[in-house]
Design a protein around this ligand. Structure first.
Ligand code: SF4
Length: 237
């Protein structure tokens, strides 16, 4: 799901109809960038990376849901291969299968799980790539085709908070893992440490909801600007 927020349309109250974990993490990196994104400003990025991401996600989803459709990239397979360092999409599947952390017969696995929660009356809506349940433990997997970054960690912490609230289980019983698929065979799996649900909620309320409520979209300049897709149009430079 893409971020989909209804900004500036409400007139009264909170100016969005909902937030998503990916929009929140984008806002935390740079509120101005989040605003550009929302306004649909022309972004400069290589569409092939997004196409690779969608394609890989659909392949992995199909592993757990046979009725899922494989997304065919508009840029074509040759283009996709050209941007990959190790040229094997099939390699993803081999690695993934070798790496299953438990026998699926021992639990249940659910790809593309829609989750919805709210903070201070603002709906938070997102999709979890893979949610697995085994006994009293819940596993959240987020498949990433980009480079590792802090934003991803925040995103999966928000998912942990949401699952904890929705399923009524403590965050310590939720194992959240970022699964970076980009550079197999040096693929990275990163376990994101547990953070208290209340701490995440307070943080989002203070650092995201309140500034958006006040229509504060200040630029945050830093090393992340180098790979920002709005760098050329950014008013902060
Ligand atoms: S270039 Fe930097 S300051 Fe400007 S929008 Fe992008 S991240 Fe924000």
């Amino acid at each position: 799901m893409s971020d989909d927020i209804d900004l500036f349309t409400a007139g009264r109250g909170f100016p969005m109809d909902h937030l998503s974990p990916s929009f929140i993490s984008k806002f935390e990196e740079c509120p101005l960038k989040a605003l550009y994104y929302r306004e649909g400003r022309p972004a400069e990025y290589d569409i092939r990376y997004a196409e690779v991401g969608k394609h890989i996600h659909s392949i992995l989803e199909k592993e757990y849901n046979p009725s899922a459709e494989i997304y065919e990239p508009v840029c074509g397979m040759d283009d996709m291969m050209a941007i990959r360092r190790n040229q094997s999409i099939e390699g993803y599947m081999t690695l993934r299968k070798q790496d299953r952390r438990f026998d699926p017969r021992e639990g249940t696995q659910h790809p593309e799980v829609h989750v919805r929660s709210e903070i201070r009356g603002v709906p938070i809506i997102g999709f979890i790539d893979l949610l697995s349940i085994r006994g009293s433990m819940v596993y959240i997997d987020d498949w990433k085709t980009g480079f590792p970054g802090k934003r991803d960690e925040q995103q999966i912490r928000i998912y942990t908070m949401m699952v904890s609230r929705i399923m009524g289980i403590p965050p310590r019983d939720i194992i959240a893992t970022l699964d970076y698929l980009r550079e197999e065979p040096r693929r990275i799996q990163k376990r994101v440490p547990y953070t208290s649900t209340a701490a995440i909620e307070q943080h989002i309320e203070r650092e995201v909801i309140e500034p958006i409520n006040d229509l504060q979209f200040v630029p945050v300049r830093g090393s992340h600007c180098e790979r920002c897709e709005y760098r050329k149009i950014c008013e902060a430079w």
